[in-house]
Write a protein that binds this ligand. Structure first.
Ligand SMILES: [Fe+2]
Length: 374
């Protein structure tokens, strides 16, 4: 660990000189605002109000302690001690920035590398479970096999990963394909690739689907990485990508006691242009309402994405057996199914969990060791 060898300050900032040759410059107000002595000792949360700080705050004395820490007495009488490791990890003058966790995009080649786990390992082997969840965090998709044929077991699995989100469909909902179906949901017809529930705000983040029974032939599950499609479209046709990121669409659902709507683009971007959410739900999107001169170009972009979605290079086709489950990041991965070729019983149970808590529990698991570091 590099050591601080010299400290100096001017009117605006403290400059640290390190024994590896680096110089770090921290604004006075930034250091005072982030004083470790102004944090709650257990939660680490800030206990002082930033907006009440004096913008002209300055050190009255700063020095290195015997342990090589930076000690500062401030003009408001506050005393801070900064460990050198903390200062390196927050060295914004040398390029440290908030960095979302890296993801890996995938196409059809991912079929041979899918994160898979057996139900028994998931329950009994902490290391396997941790690595499976880490792979899900990177790719937005994971498969479980060997799940007992038991109604509602998907809820037990979901509840052990995160917080189940109950919707108007219930905590768990059934999808069946049976002979002489009386509803489209119960037919053997194909389902085009889509993200779920685009008409909700917020849209559920993780969907788990357990194949309780699956005796019909055909009906392969189709999955595609929306982040990958966004990447390809941005590369091939940036104008089309930006149209899909900057055009607000209306997603809508209605039944007797409920009307849900959401106004959002196909791609949501963060402040640095990274795609953070994909909504592609052709069945629930309402008529596009754009300026007449913009309509044709928008259709070109929407169709381009739809064609990429269906291209074999990007799409996975998985024959899911009874006892299998897939878990998808619904803000990223689209799911669908091909038509069934023969009649048979097909019973799926799905539920949603929220990604923030699921991934938060994963980080807590990672603190316990095993698997890659957090
Ligand atoms: Fe769906």
């Amino acid at each position: 660990m590099p050591r601080i060898i010299h400290v100096e300050h001017d009117r605006k900032a403290i400059t640290l000189h390190w024994d590896d040759g680096r110089h770090s410059r921290f604004l006075h107000i930034w250091l005072r605002d982030n004083s470790p002595q102004a944090r709650h000792p257990e939660t680490g949360h800030r206990v002082e109000e930033t907006s009440l700080l004096d913008a002209g705050i300055r050190p009255t004395h700063c020095a290195l302690t015997g342990e090589g820490e930076l000690s500062v007495r401030w003009s408001d009488e506050h005393q801070s001690v900064f460990p050198p490791g903390w200062l390196r990890r927050h060295d914004y003058s040398n390029g440290v920035r908030c960095q979302p966790r890296a993801t890996t995009t995938w196409g059809s080649e991912f079929a041979s590398q899918l994160p898979r786990i057996h139900y028994a390992s998931f329950r009994e082997n902490d290391g396997d479970r941790l690595r499976w969840l880490q792979a899900f965090r990177r790719s937005g998709l994971a498969i479980m096999q060997g799940i007992p044929e038991k109604n509602g077991i998907v809820l037990e699995i979901a509840g052990s990963i995160g917080q189940v989100r109950e919707t108007s469909w219930g905590r768990v909902f059934d999808v069946r394909a049976v002979p002489k179906a009386n509803s489209v949901a119960y037919t053997n017809l194909p389902l085009v690739l889509h993200t779920d529930e685009a008409y909700r705000d917020p849209v559920p983040t993780v969907q788990l689907t357990h194949f309780v029974k699956s005796s019909a032939s055909g009906g392969e599950t189709t999955l595609v990485d929306g982040f990958k499609l966004a990447e390809i479209l941005r590369e091939r046709n940036p104008d089309q990508f930006h149209l899909l990121a900057n055009t607000i669409l209306h997603f809508h659902f209605r039944d007797a006691g409920l009307e849900l709507e959401n106004y959002a683009p196909v791609f949501t971007l963060d402040a640095e242009g990274r795609v953070t959410q994909v909504r592609y739900s052709n069945h629930s999107v309402q008529p596009f309402l754009l300026a007449p001169e913009a309509m044709e170009a928008f259709y070109d972009a929407y169709l381009a994405l739809g064609r990429l979605r269906d291209h074999p290079r990007y799409r996975l086709e998985l024959s899911m057996q009874a006892g299998d489950m897939y878990m998808v990041d619904n803000h990223r991965v689209m799911h669908g199914r091909k038509a069934c070729r023969s009649e048979g019983v097909r019973h799926l149970q799905s539920c949603y969990i929220e990604r923030d808590e699921a991934m938060g529990r994963l980080v807590a698991l990672e603190r316990g060791g095993d698997g890659e570091s957090a």
